[in-house]
Write a protein that binds this ligand. Sequence first.
Ligand SMILES: Nc1nc2c(ncn2[C@@H]2O[C@H](COP(=O)(O)OP(=O)(O)O)[C@@H](O)[C@H]2O)c(=O)[nH]1
Ligand SMILES: [Mg+2]
Length: 455
Amino acid sequence: MYVLEDTICAIATPAGVGGIGIVRVSGEKAFPLAKKIFVSSHSFELKRQVLFGKFGSPSTGEILDEGILLVMPKPHSYTTEDVVEFHAHGSPTVLEKLMEALVSLGARPAEPGEFTYRAFLNGRLDLTQAEAVEALVSAQGEAARRQALRQLTGGLAAHLEPLEESLKSLYLKIEARLEFSEDGIPLLDLEKFKKEAAAVEAELRKLLESYHQGKIIREGLAVALVGPPNVGKSSLLNALLGTQRAIVTPLAGTTRDVVEGEILLKGVKVRLFDTAGIREAQNVVEVEGIRRSRQVIEEADILFWIIDASNPQESLEEIKKNKLPADRTWFLFNKNDLVKRGRPWESTGLDPKRCLSLSCQTKEGLDKVVEKIEALIQAPTVGEDVVLTSTRHLVEARNALDALDRLRGLINRKESYDLWAEELREAALAVGRIRGRNLPATAFEEIFTKFCIGK
Ligand SMILES: Nc1nc2c(ncn2[C@@H]2O[C@H](COP(=O)(O)OP(=O)(O)O)[C@@H](O)[C@H]2O)c(=O)[nH]1
Ligand SMILES: [Mg+2]
């Protein structure tokens, strides 16, 4: 894993040509190295400052570029170590030369995420915040940016802290009664104890539920447009995208493959999947197309099962044949321009609350479909957008909940305190691990190596 004593350096700006390119250096030698490379008429000492001058090769003395040097002495830097940044012209050649110069003087090219790892180890960020750095860098869309920033500024950490504290205090209550059982410690107020444990459990459960929403914000909401052929799935995709993305024809079986398009709603990326019509396939291509449709049905967050309002029979039969997940499925009656006004779902047996009527041709009702998607990008369930954002968080929150669940069983069965203590300890450790406490070194490796170089 990362060697912490090394002075590390990396190009922090993206590959390619740009106005400015930044090389970042952190560690003990950052300052002496900068002194050898930075050429300026001013002498400079180790204090927080911005200097303009030339960058020279330490071996040949050749000038590589001119630019700005940022000096950030410890502990007031990203890593809390001595940090310098060379702001040069954004030329890959210049930046490579600077890197060569730094390495020749004893710095080491940084591994992905190594700067953030140091910030974490030195206590400037907890693990949820460190993870948020990467989430923010790769955020697509406004909602993902906001979520990452909230986590970066400690939103999740602040939410977890009191939970961990409560679990620890519950643990200590039991632990005290374990060790000094004879010492006249007052009897445990069991009702109060159970109430406190239940409160933590409820909070954890809310956090767990927030994971799904967090995922939607980060990765987007997947909406599948499914149904039999010729009902207007491709037409709906095009209408929602506002382009002629998918081919539309009066022929059944036009769409053979999954066609994907993206829109942004409420700052969240919505991924729309137009699929091959589901029916008895006529040939091998269609068989494969329908197989892919079914896969999309499995994986999508939302299913819009589309029905031709002027000819609903085939669609209704297919609904019966296909096991649609009731909690994710909505029924869209399309082509309402061809039928008389009213509720086309009457006498179909479908839940009216799950039905919408629209026309891709006249665009009537399309706004209702958009509103439906927006409503499904739910309002946050916990506090101010505090959400679990990674499967790592999810697993640990589940571990904690499982332990509390077992604890409840132990209490009900009047099992001994040492078993209670074990579960409470496990729950507290699991919550702590979300923030990076008590984790093995290999876990960090897994987290930080996903970062970009220079971050
Ligand atoms: N009248 C009417 N025709 C539509 C509407 N939506 C789609 N169509 C027509 O229905 C046929 C099949 O449409 P398409 O989008 O290819 O259906 P898909 O097979 O489900 O993808 C095409 O001829 C479309 O022009 C609508 O709202 N009203
Ligand atoms: Mg189609």
